[in-house]
Design a protein around this ligand. Structure first.
Ligand SMILES: Cc1cc2nc3c(=O)[nH]c(=O)nc-3n(C[C@H](O)[C@H](O)[C@H](O)COP(=O)(O)OP(=O)(O)OC[C@H]3O[C@@H](n4cnc5c(N)ncnc54)[C@H](O)[C@@H]3O)c2cc1C
Length: 422
């Protein structure tokens, strides 16, 4: 694996051979999540494919020339020609493998995969998800001397790690940067001795058998499972969104706002996240147009007052986006005026979408009792409908989803399990 700058691009990437190039940034949780996967795959595929990294902030003009719009972005080259689809955002190990395999012969891929050895390990408790809920459960279980493993498809921290400031978590006089709060939570749990398996692909979850397979070849068994998988941002579900995700459309201000210095952006949404994140983006962008379907924001009054006092931010109430497309460097967003049904076109440099969340339950949707919105039903000890399976945090059916409530759920589940196992 090698780190290069744009001056070496021609000799290291275009001169020939097979290359995977990672454009990464600092203060970018998805980049941190990718780093160990990239390193692990470099060990497996490194004899056949060159693994190269480039720091995007210092090589901005090359990144722009190559169409890199967010971090991390993986590009693939074969004999100087870009091949395969670009990968960006929360990149899965399996998606990288698919692309690497397609660059090699079937025989060579078989040989490489022979070097991967399946493994099985056993724990008392397996926690799925290392946000505040999972991390707190991990801390309490570890302090009860219960052998616990914490598994996450990304780095530890959950949503807190991508929230720019947290001002309502008790114990701190000043607002805390989200990445720092989540880092401290994670370090406390890790230092206690909880085993971490993060930035992995969760390939299979068998809740009945209490088995989880990660990265295809590693089986982890446990006596109890805690689901703490939280939520993911809702997509708009309109034409152009999937194609332009990570290429002009972002769902994470902390990750991408810094690339819009003196640029014009659109922020879609009107809840707390949209209003607070728009204010954060205005530290970089020259102009923000907020698009919200209702005639008033649903965010709290304090956040709204700050937003309305911000001269960089204009609001289009009563409008809904209908499509996204690109024209050269510009993002084209069509929005419908819900009163007149007139469709207008907004031109910007980028779009941020903050329109609510959905529970992360895809791998066990049919196994547990859920509420009407798809959130897991849990009792007062955080037990789900399946014996031995607990759920905590934003993924459960409840009224208020906050760091404090996730932390409380994690505490309760861990104490209940500790009592059961003792
Ligand atoms: C933009 C934004 C700002 C916010 N600001 C605040 C605030 O100021 N104060 C406040 O109290 N709350 C705030 N919240 C809410 C708060 O972040 C959440 O309530 C809290 O993070 C929930 O914690 P959690 O552990 O349940 O889930 P999450 O934080 O969502 O963590 C879930 C974890 O599970 C992992 N995961 C997902 N699927 C899988 C899988 N299949 N296998 C393994 N792991 C998986 C994810 O990678 C993630 O790390 C904010 C939320 C957002 C989105």
């Amino acid at each position: 694996m090698k780190e290069i700058t744009s001056s070496e691009f021609d000799t290291e990437v275009l001169a020939g051979g097979k290359v995977i190039l990672d454009f990464y940034s600092t203060e970018c949780p998805p980049c941190e999540a990718l780093a160990p996967k990239f390193e692990g795959l470099a060990k497996l595929y490194g004899n056949d494919i060159k693994f190269i990294k480039m720091f995007r902030q210092q090589n901005r003009s090359l990144a722009e020339k190559l169409g890199v719009k967010s971090s991390p972005t993986l590009l693939f080259f074969d004999n100087g020609v870009q091949v395969s689809e670009t990968l960006t955002g929360g990149i899965k190990r399996s998606d990288i493998i698919k692309r690497l395999d397609s660059m090699l012969s079937e025989e060579r891929v078989k040989e490489i995969k022979k070097d991967i050895k399946p493994s099985i390990s056993e724990f008392d408790v397996l926690i799925l998800g290392a946000g505040p809920g999972g991390l707190t459960a991990g801390l309490y279980l570890c302090q009860s001397k219960i052998n616990t493993v914490l598994i996450d498809i990304a780095l530890p921290g959950g949503h807190v790690s991508t929230t720019h400031e947290v001002s309502n978590y008790p114990g701190f006089i000043d607002p805390q940067p989200g990445y720092l709060l989540s880092h401290n939570m994670s370090e406390q749990t890790k230092l206690c001795g909880t085993i971490y398996k993060v930035a992995v692909d969760v390939s299979k979850i068998d809740l009945e058998k209490k088995e989880v397979v990660i990265d295809e070849f590693e089986t982890i068994k446990a006596r109890r499972i805690i689901i703490a998988t939280g939520t993911s941002p809702n997509l708009m579900g309109i034409p152009g969104e999937r194609e332009l995700k990570g290429k002009g459309i972002s769902y994470c201000a902390t990750c991408d706002a810094k690339y819009y210095v003196d640029k014009e952006v659109i922020v879609i949404g009107g809840g707390n996240s949209a209003v607070e994140e728009a204010d954060f983006i205005s530290k970089f962008a020259s102009k923000i147009t907020m698009v919200h379907q209702f005639d008033a924001f649903t965010a709290n009054k304090q956040a709204q007052e700050k937003l309305f006092a911000n001269p960089k931010i204009n609001v289009l109430f009563g409008h809904e986006p209908r499509s996204f497309s690109r024209e050269g460097d510009k993002m084209i967003t069509t929005v419908e005026d819900l009163k007149s049904n007139k469709v207008n076109t907004l031109v910007s440099d980028g779009v941020f979408v903050f329109i609510g969340m959905k529970p992360n339950i895809d791998l066990f949707r049919d196994k547990l009792k859920l509420d009407n919105w798809g959130y897991i039903k849990a009792d007062e000890d955080m037990r789900t409908s399946m014996p031995g399976v607990y759920a905590v945090g934003d993924v459960i059916s409840k009224k208020y989803r906050q760091i404090t409530t996730a932390v409380a759920d994690g505490t309760i589940a861990a104490i209940a399990i500790a009592k059961e196992l003792s």
